[in-house]
Design a binder for this molecule. Structure first.
Ligand code: NDP
Length: 336
């Protein structure tokens, strides 16, 4: 696939225009395994469970492919010596899952009932039933919640420096947040931007010392402590931000070309509230070195259960684990 084609897929996906054809298979039968979510974790679970003859059904979501669909070059996924574009990695992995018979539905699940087997999954009015469920719904970047932030999303406001950093060559950008992600994004952005401002609401970073030190030593980065962004302003694209100092309550407007929001991720687990055990911020809890959740027969893989590593390769690894766990669980519980 040419870089041009990939770029247009990437852009179309960002604009919400990629609609993968869906091969709708309305199952009255009870499935062996349904996989929710189609990033590296879900697709790897699909490859393994398809090759184990479990005939998996994947509900891949309206925006199939997960976070890698908004990434450009992936250089740290083993097996690609020269790197690979995120969307292409997801497409070939999907093809690999399809090759072994995975069936796909390109819609979002809207409701689940995990209170007894078979588990019930709804897409609107349509009900699907399954003996085992693999949840790989991933996580999404958090935003500040300002109306102006929404207005300029994709027009200077971004939550992914890797995706959009290169658009800010020799410009001024702000990174919001004080955690490791903010440090990583700020450092990365100095490759392109003339100046990077970190806006943090407190007077110390939450980030690990090594990453914070790297930022503080970088001559292209300056930190604005105890401050928040009150408004993003511009004409068509971002031109400036309104900052508020939380100690003095003073506001000031700063010229700015880009705003990178790096205040953490939210696991996509709203669907399972009250049905599966989660930590205080909503990540699914898994048992020991397995993908078992608090409900027997329901497994979790990828970022939805991982606040720490959040890498494509670790997601894929846990997807493999979930498929093996589901297969063994079915064997032991007479489901297959
Ligand atoms: P964190 O939750 O660690 O940090 C979020 C930061 O955003 C905090 O500084 C927080 O401020 C700030 N924040 C949160 N909400 C708001 C808001 N509404 N307005 C302004 N600021 C806000 O998230 P990260 O994504 O940075 O990291 C998540 C995990 O991933 C961590 O465990 C981290 O170590 C790990 N990680 C590791 C990396 C690595 O090792 N290479 C790279 C990236 C992440 P406050 O501090 O005041 O709460």
């Amino acid at each position: 696939m040419t870089t041009e084609v990939l770029r247009s897929i990437l852009l179309a996906n960002k604009l919400g225009r990629v609609k993968v054809k869906w091969e709708h298979d309305v199952g009255e039968n009870v499935e062996n395994v349904i996989i929710l979510g189609s990033g590296p974790a879900g697709l790897t679970a699909a490859i393994y469970s398809a090759r184990a003859n479990l005939n998996p059904l994947m509900i891949e979501g309206d925006e199939a492919g997960g976070q890698l669909m908004t990434t450009t070059e992936v250089e740290n996924y083993p097996g690609f010596a020269k790197g690979i574009q995120g969307p292409e990695l997801m497409m070939v992995t999907r093809e690999q899952a399809a090759r072994f018979g995975t069936r796909f539905i390109t819609r979002n699940a809207t409701k689940v009932d995990l209170s007894k087997r078979p588990f019930k999954i709804w897409i609107g009015e349509q009900l699907y039933q399954t003996q085992t469920l693999i949840i790989s719904t991933g996580a999404s970047a958090k935003y500040l919640g300002l109306p102006s932030e929404k207005t300029f999303l994709g027009r200077g406001v971004s939550a992914c420096a890797t995706c959009d950093g290169a658009f800010f060559k020799n410009q001024q950008v702000a990174v919001v947040g004080g955690g490791d992600t903010a440090m990583e994004e700020a450092n990365f952005l100095t490759r392109f931007a003339a100046k990077v401002w970190i806006i943090h609401r407190r007077d110390s970073f939450r980030a690990s010392k090594i990453m914070a030190d790297r930022v503080l030593k970088n001559p292209k980065i300056e930190v604005i402590w105890n401050s928040t962004i009150e408004e993003v302003m511009g004409e068509g694209v971002v031109k400036s931000i309104k900052l508020k100092n939380l100690l003095t309550q003073k506001e000031q407007v700063m010229p700015m070309d880009g705003v990178f929001v790096a205040i953490g991720h939210k696991p996509n687990t709203d669907l399972f509230a009250g049905q599966l055990e989660m930590n205080d911020v909503g990540y699914l809890l898994t048992k020991g070195k397995t993908t078992y959740t608090s409900v027997p027969g329901v497994f979790a893989a990828g970022d939805v259960q991982d606040p720490n590593y959040r890498q494509a390769i670790t997601a894929a690894g846990t997807g493999c684990m979930a498929a093996i766990d589901a297969e063994r669980w079915l064997e032991a519980n007479g489901g297959h």
